[in-house]
Design a protein. Structure first.
Lengths: 256, 304
């Protein structure tokens, strides 16, 4: 359903994406993994219309997204849950959930979706009238996923859902995402820094580093993690150097 | 005591004008990060629209002669149009521009409006009386209050309630609040950027139109720079209130009106001509203790 074909993105003189291609088929869960600064967020931003590539094509079901503003891409059924959540802190939880539904004409279905989302996120129901800024980090992550789903998207892109959350909460978030995927018939494109968790449920995985895709394969073929390691850190062979504890800052690498 | 009450009503009515003007500025700042210095000139334009365009010194009323229920919407429509036009012709081209660039552009828009007024109406101030029957005083116990002040305060309350209902109860209002807090995220959720911004310009124009009418009926004069001091005080009000917070803008507006009137009333005779200096000194003092204003907004901090 989504084809990203050789896109390039620059921020000033910094080349953030240097020819990125990826594709997502209807109903798939695709994960992009890569270290800090690899260009994962930039890729999702470019698909969502928030960042303009200076070369390359992005098509959704054959329709080009080139030059469309974010609101137009959202209306085509693509919903981005950006890194760092971005709840509207001064709006209530209910208002946050409704913000993406004002463009929809099917009021009855909106009401039904609202109920359905709250069934998946009972914690949000208790806090409907509270300002969203007062929710905990985990609750905010649930809220922004619920909010994205209220737009009735076909493709949901989630940027590092695990960021800043305790592992137990991350498990919950992923459980719900996968449940929702079946319930709402979603296609998912997820960014993560680590491949460990996503290997369990992704259909396909891309490894990105320095603004390029270094590996693409079915998750089933990557379970031992070796190929991912190699692409992730760029060793000549998967066994040589010991993996650093945390991925090195890659500002320089992206700019080289 | 009576004297103080009298001053208090003066302060409320002056504060109302500042608060309305500050709301118009604050709304655009919240959404666009635009400090719209043309707002004062929107106000001047609304006032001049009451008379027949001519260079003559005596003003001939035109829209100003209509019954109030026609004058009000007509002036509102004209100023809203001007506000939308300035977005369409200027600010829309600068969507990616930085806050200082936007501010300078707004100075330019303001100068253009001032000069058009100069060309069409001439430089000399003109006397005009609108709604002079409102100058009559209402006697409440020992208080004598000009009706106009009560009308000003009343209209301000109605507009604020209306705006607050709009922002909190309607889908467009909720979209505007979301856009003011995190514009990019709102767009990712399908909120149309140009529509929300246009709406903000329209409301800001509507508020400016009301200030035009209330202000000329109080002062009875037209001048091509009449909006400038209003804009200045309203801008100060938004800064004291905390740029970007609408409640802050209202509180700031009333605070500036209050300080201004009280300085006028209670400063020793020989210091009164320095009233504005005292007002500014108090403003500076407030900002020293609360650098981000009385009601700081988180949105602002996140964005910078
Ligand atoms: N708005 C921006 N302005 C300038 N440079 C940017 C901007 N956003 C990202 N970059 C740079 O572009 C490169 C790619 O960043 P991006 O955020 O896409 O990486 P990422 O893979 O999402 O990293 P992380 O895992 O840290 O979120 C980095 O070098 C980053 O510093
Ligand atoms: Mg990122």
């Amino acid at each position: 359903m989504l084809e990203v074909d050789n896109i390039h993105v620059n921020y000033g003189r910094l080349q953030a994406l240097r020819g990125v291609s990826l594709s997502v088929r209807e109903g798939e869960i695709v994960c992009v993994v890569g270290p800090n600064g690899a260009g994962k967020s930039t890729t999702l931003g470019a698909i969502a219309g928030g960042v303009t590539p200076h070369a390359g094509r992005i098509t959704l079901r054959g329709q080009s997204l080139g030059g469309l503003p974010p609101e137009a891409v959202a209306r085509l059924g693509v919903s981005l849950v950006p890194e760092g959540r971005h709840v509207f802190g001064s709006l209530t939880v209910a208002e946050n959930l409704r913000i993406g539904t004002f463009q929809r004409r099917d009021r009855a279905a909106v009401a039904a979706d609202f109920e359905r989302i709250l069934e998946h996120f009972p914690r949000l129901r208790e806090r409907l009238q509270q300002p969203a800024g007062r929710l905990s980090g985990g609750e905010q992550q649930m809220l922004v996923i619920g909010r994205a789903l209220m737009t009735r998207p076909r493709l949901v892109m989630v940027d590092e859902p695990s960021l800043g959350l305790a592992p137990k909460i991350v498990d919950q978030v992923y459980d719900i995402l996968i449940k929702l995927r079946h319930a709402a018939n979603l296609t998912l494109l997820i960014n993560e820094q680590s491949s460990e968790r996503v290997l369990k449920f992704a259909d396909r995985i891309y490894v990105m580093r320095g603004g390029r895709i270094h590996l693409e394969d079915r998750a089933a073929n990557l379970q031992d993690g070796k190929a991912i390691m190699q692409a992730y850190f760029g060793f000549a062979d998967g066994t040589g150097a010991p993996p650093p504890l945390s991925p090195a800052p890659t500002m320089k690498r992206a700019a080289e | 005591m009576i004297g103080f009450l009298q001053n208090l009503i003066d302060a409320l009515s002056l504060g109302s004008l500042y608060a309305l003007a500050a709301l118009g500025i604050g709304l655009l700042f919240g959404i666009l990060r635009l400090t719209n210095f043309a707002h004062g000139d929107f106000i001047s334009f609304g006032a001049y629209a009451l008379i027949v365009p001519s260079l003559e010194v005596t003003a001939t009323k035109f829209i100003g002669n209509w019954p109030w229920y026609l004058t009000l919407p007509a002036i509102a429509a004209l100023v809203v149009l001007l506000a939308l036009l300035s977005d369409f012709l200027v600010f829309r081209k600068l969507r990616q521009a930085s806050a200082p660039t936007l501010m300078i552009a707004s100075f330019a828009v303001g100068y253009v409006i001032q000069n058009v007024i100069l060309m069409v109406y001439g430089a000399r101030p003109k006397a005009i009386d609108v709604w002079s029957s409102l100058q009559q005083q209402v006697v409440i116990g020992e208080l004598r209050v000009p009706q106009l002040q009560l009308v000003t305060i009343g209209i301000t309350i109605v507009l604020m309630l209306g705006l607050s209902l709009f922002l909190n109860r309607t889908s467009y209002g909720v979209q505007m609040r979301a856009a003011a807090e995190d514009f990019r995220m709102a767009r990712y959720l399908g909120v149309k950027a140009n529509f929300v911004i246009g709406l903000a310009f329209a409301i800001s124009g509507l508020l400016a139109a009301m200030v035009s009418l209330l202000f000329v009926s109080q002062t009875g004069t037209l001048s091509y720079v009449m909006g400038v001091p209003l804009m200045l005080f309203a801008f100060i009000a938004t800064v004291i209130g905390g740029m970007g917070s609408l409640i802050g803008a209202v509180i700031g507006g009333f605070a500036v009106g209050f300080v201004s009137v009280m300085c006028q009333a209670y400063l020793p005779e020989e210091l009164r001509s320095f009233r504005d200096a005292f007002v500014f000194a108090i403003v500076i003092a407030v900002l020293i203790f609360r650098p981000s204003g009385l009601i700081p907004t988180k949105a602002l901090v996140q964005r910078v």
